[in-house]
Design a protein. Structure first.
Lengths: 261, 330
């Protein structure tokens, strides 16, 4: 198990933003965090990344997350924030190379990894550009690539083979991606899960969640409304109620879709 | 092209040679040429006790302020920050002004105590800012800047009050101090400032990638293995040390800490691996040049160096603002 959350609560100005959240995050799975605006999705994912102080226990790889040094934490989880803003002229390649910071790699290994990730993500034309001059979607792709590079360095030996063991926290990664790159993101998420990592992804597009995720955590007003496999949680009734819409789930050649009215 | 040259090993050589060249040239600047100075006893005393420490101190202080500028800008992720923003300079100036007025009223020879008072004022102001701006939440740095502004306002109004109490001669000294000058350079301050700069230069090489990570954002840095809070506290302590010593040695010299990091970034980008050494050489050389201008342009009198750096720095800064604004459409 990658992470175990027990009784997580967070108050801000006397108001509960998160209330008594518990759950387990297993390797090899993609878990979608769903919920309407203000349900606490971003707060929850930030708590998982130890960016917010909260009540309750979070265990990462079997140890209390509070005991991790900054470096060790970064060797176990990678986090993509919803927005990031760079005020200074760093090149895309320099941004990507920061992903290797928590790991003891030689300069040559760092360069090779960065080169590889640039190739894999098809961002060669951007490599030497000022990060600030990229479009929103391009910036997001680079940031996803950066966190993926960090994730792919997280491995441990299990049954004499290397298995991924990281936690990849993605806060609305597809909000400004075009269709092609949304699909690329889905593919990479699945690949990461297949390698043994656990992927947590905040999504607004319910159909994307249906196709991509294995499990769903459905949040409503800071509480965990439902938790379980995609088909169990994403029912017409529950989605209609939580999102305050009329949702119909239809099936086409073994796949589910939602239609809203 | 320039970037490629500057970040190659040749860039280091270039930086060292250019800085040496500028310092040598500055040594030759003056109303009497070096050859003549060397030939007389009093002349060589002038050379070794006045010109040499002055030029070297200019370099050390320029480099210190410039590095302090890079550090504070990166840590607060604000391109418009500079060391005076966190209240060091204002606190130091207040300390100095207080000492000048006090000494004047009891008729006491204060020139050696003024720098010490400035140093204490600078450190106290920084501590106050740190105390006020202490915030464990992410984004606490914004509070720090606000605290710095508050301390600056308090210090400025207290200095204003002191100028009303001051006699004419004390007023002149206060003005001199707040505009900065290297005229009182000596080996004591040269050694002290060099030690502080050396300490920072020993600490910095292991921090450059962490500083890069902070540029991306606090949350990003925190999840990339950087203990952001620790790095920020260390940075601020070093910034306070560098800036307070600089102000103590030669008054407030503005704009070097703000402008040189920007010139550096325009030349080679924001990656600290190259930006830190470049800022070191650039800041040092620029202040040596500015001091050269300050002491020759209206010779035999001399201009306060703060006026020279502000006159050069402010237009550069305005130009930067317009350029950045256009490029990024703020």
């Amino acid at each position: 198990m990658v992470m175990k959350i027990n009784g997580l609560s967070l108050k801000r100005n006397g108001k509960h933003i998160l209330k008594n959240i518990s759950g387990e995050l297993e390797g090899g799975k993609i878990i979608a965090l769903l919920g309407p605006n203000g349900a606490g999705k971003s707060t929850l994912i930030q708590s998982m990344a130890r960016l917010l102080e909260c009540e309750g226990d979070i265990e990462l790889q079997g140890q209390a997350i509070t005991n991790f040094s900054a470096e060790k934490l970064a060797q176990n989880l990678a986090y993509l924030p919803q927005h990031s803003q760079l005020q200074f002229p760093l090149e895309v390649e320099e941004v990507l190379s920061l992903a290797t910071l928590p790991f003891a790699l030689t300069k040559l290994q760092q360069r090779q990894q960065v080169k590889q990730v640039i190739q894999d993500w098809g961002i060669e034309p951007l490599a030497h550009k000022d990060f600030r001059q990229l479009s929103g979607g391009e910036q997001q792709r680079c940031q996803i690539a950066r966190t993926y590079l960090q994730l792919s360095n997280m491995k441990h030996i299990n049954e004499s083979r290397e298995v991924g063991c990281g936690l990849w926290l993605l806060d609305e990664p597809s909000s400004s991606l075009d269709l092609e790159h949304q699909q690329q993101l889905q593919k990479v998420c699945r690949q990461a899960a297949n390698e043994g990592h656990c992927v947590i992804i905040v999504l607004h597009d319910l159909n994307q969640a249906l196709h991509l995720a294995d499990d769903v955590w459905l949040l409503q007003e800071g509480k965990l409304r439902a938790q379980g496999s995609v088909t169990d949680v994403m029912t017409e009734e529950l989605i209609s109620e939580v999102f305050n819409v009329t949702a119909r789930r239809i099936e086409d050649s073994g796949k589910y879709f939602f239609i809203f009215s | 092209m320039i970037k490629k040259l500057l970040i190659s090993p040749l860039g280091w050589l270039l930086g060292i040679l250019l800085s040496l060249g500028i310092c040598m040239a500055a040594l030759f600047l003056g109303s009497i040429d070096v050859q003549t100075l060397m030939n007389t006893d009093i002349g060589s005393k002038i050379l070794w006790d006045i010109r040499v420490p002055r030029v070297l101190l200019a370099f050390v202080i320029g480099a210190s302020l410039s590095l302090a500028g890079v550090l504070i800008q990166s840590n607060v992720r604000n391109p418009l920050a500079d060391p005076s923003l966190i209240g060091v300079s204002a606190g130091a100036a207040l300390g100095a002004a207080l000492m000048i007025v006090l000494a004047d009223s009891v008729d006491f020879q204060a020139q050696y105590y003024i720098p010490i008072a400035a140093f204490i004022g600078g450190i106290l102001a920084t501590m106050a800012v740190l105390k006020l701006g202490r915030n464990d939440m992410p984004g606490g740095m914004a509070l720090l800047i606000l605290a710095g502004i508050a301390i600056n306002v308090v210090a400025a109004s207290l200095i204003g009050l002191l100028t009303y109490l001051a006699t004419d001669s004390a007023l002149r000294l206060i003005t001199f101090w707040s505009l900065g000058s290297l005229a009182s350079a000596n080996y004591f301050w040269l050694i002290l400032c060099s030690i502080a700069l050396l300490l920072v230069c020993i600490w910095l090489p292991r921090q450059h990638r962490k500083l890069d990570a902070i540029l991306l954002g606090q949350a990003e840095a925190n999840t990339m293995g950087v203990d952001v809070k620790r790095l920020q506290i260390q940075s601020i302590v070093f910034v306070a040390l560098l800036a307070a010593l600089a102000v103590s040695a030669c008054g407030i010299i503005g704009f070097i800490g703000l402008v040189t990091p920007h010139i550096g970034r325009m030349l080679i980008g924001a990656s600290h691996r190259f930006l830190l050494p470049l800022s070191f050489f650039l800041g040092g050389s620029l202040l040596v040049i500015a001091d050269g201008i300050a002491r020759t342009i209206i010779a035999p009198a001399e201009l306060p160096i703060g006026i020279v750096t502000a006159l050069i720095g402010a237009p550069v800064f305005i130009w930067l603002l317009i350029r950045e604004g256009k490029r990024l459409q703020w």
